[in-house]
Design a protein around this ligand. Structure first.
Ligand SMILES: Nc1ncnc2c1ncn2[C@@H]1O[C@H](COP(=O)(O)OP(=O)(O)OP(=O)(O)O)[C@@H](O)[C@H]1O
Length: 384
């Protein structure tokens, strides 16, 4: 654990970049510092690896004051990733990644083998190993930056706006990759960003900072969205707070109906049996059970279902894996107001009305803490 204890940083010109900051960064989690430009995020991050020394207060790593530890040993235990990757332009990709192991005295072969293993880990094609940084896309360069920081297997990874310079699609890929790496390797990651959506997506805990180096709120993302500490945090979180919070609620307990579903080759008896009880719509699937579209029962003729004439079914959600946000989105996207639940292979497992989703949302809000857990990112967060 990293403990920031009453830390203030005052630059020689009198600027107070960080003002009496105290918080704890748990092991094997992602702690995100987010806030407007100049609020002291980078200064805080750099005090953790002692690129900047605090004016007052102290930072402890596993109970030991950083100020008492040799800087070189400390930096070796902390990978560091910056915006635009900061790669050595005259070195190949494999040698960029092998930099720290080489400094630690590993043989060239061993360091390169480790670098190739890491390329795979961060989703880089091994064929890029002999290229130079300028021959890679921005997103690929960022992956190299992450691989280089991981090379000596440090327990801590410090990341300063690592994905800010790439377009939104590449950025989403890099965020997903980081979450996967974190799940596999269990690093203690401290991540700086000015993008609140990125913070909410990847953070186990999020520290919202405001100008003057003040900590406005430190909480897991779901709690930030449900209980912003003040107007500043609420404004910073932006619109759609309620909808975004639904991402943290699972669909596992959503009551699905399995009756109003017919296959495209159903008989007249099957159609009438499935529409019993005043069902307003039937979901038609193909013979494999994948969704085709909705129809009013009276408009379905056995043996003559025209998939072109069915009503759209929106975006199906993966039951139990995706969140209530995905379920609501599916229901809103379909003119019938019903959402379609599927299994991982895309086969329909049931359907659910907007009304039932609304009830589940009310119940989840009433219970408060999403999923009842805030102990680990992957547990507390639901896909979609
Ligand atoms: N070497 C320095 N001397 C004087 N002031 C500095 C120095 N470095 C940073 N500052 C000031 O300290 C404050 C915090 O800077 P810092 O870089 O930590 O902010 P930040 O939140 O990371 O900003 P950004 O998102 O723009 O990178 C700013 O007002 C900045 O101008």
């Amino acid at each position: 654990m990293i403990r920031i204890d009453s830390v203030t940083k005052r630059y020689p010109d009198g600027t107070v970049a960080v003002d009496n900051l105290s918080l704890e960064i748990p092991d094997r989690s992602i702690t995100v510092f987010v806030g407007p430009s100049g609020c002291g995020k980078t200064t805080t991050l750099r005090m953790i690896n002692r690129m900047i020394e605090p004016t007052e207060g102290r930072i402890l790593l596993d109970g030991k004051d950083l100020a008492q530890q040799p800087v070189n040993t400390l930096r070796r235990s902390m990978g560091y990733v910056i915006q635009n990757a900061g790669l050595f332009q005259h070195r190949t990709i494999v040698d960029n990644i092998a930099t720290v192991p080489r400094l630690l005295g590993w043989s060239k072969d061993k360091a390169r083998a480790r670098a190739r293993e890491l390329m795979d880990r961060v989703g880089l094609d091994g064929a890029l190993a002999k290229r130079y940084p300028y021959q890679l896309s921005g997103g690929q360069q960022q992956r190299v930056g992450v691989a280089r920081a991981l090379a000596a297997d440090p327990p801590v990874l410090l990341m300063d706006e690592p994905f800010s310079a790439v377009d939104p699609v590449v950025r989403k890929g890099l965020q997903d990759e980081l979450l996967r790496i974190q799940e596999e390797l269990g690093k203690t990651i401290v991540f700086v960003t000015h993008d609140i959506d990125e913070a909410v997506k990847i953070g186990t805990n999020v520290a919202v900072m405001r100008t003057g180096g003040h900590l406005a709120q430190f909480a897991p993302p779901a709690e930030l969205l449900s209980n912003p500490a003040d107007d500043f945090v609420e404004d910073f979180l932006g619109a759609d707070r309620g909808i975004r919070r639904l991402s943290f609620f699972s669909t596992a307990d959503l009551g699905l109906l399995t009756t109003p579903i017919v296959a495209v080759d159903s008989t007249a008896e099957q159609i009438s049996e499935r529409s019993a009880g005043d069902v307003p719509y039937l979901l038609v699937t193909d013979v494999e059970g994948k969704p085709l579209g909705w129809s009013e029962p009276a408009r379905l003729t056995a043996g003559a279902v025209d998939p072109e004439r069915l009503l759209p079914y929106g975006r199906p959600f993966e039951h139990g894996k995706e969140s209530l946000r995905a379920a609501l989105d599916g229901a809103v996207l379909s003119p019938t107001g019903w959402a379609v639940a599927v299994s991982a292979d895309g086969r329909v497992t049931g359907v659910v009305s907007q009304q039932t989703i609304g009830e589940a949302i009310r119940a989840a809000h009433a219970e408060g803490d999403p999923d009842g857990r805030t102990d680990g990112r992957t547990d507390a967060k639901v896909a979609g």
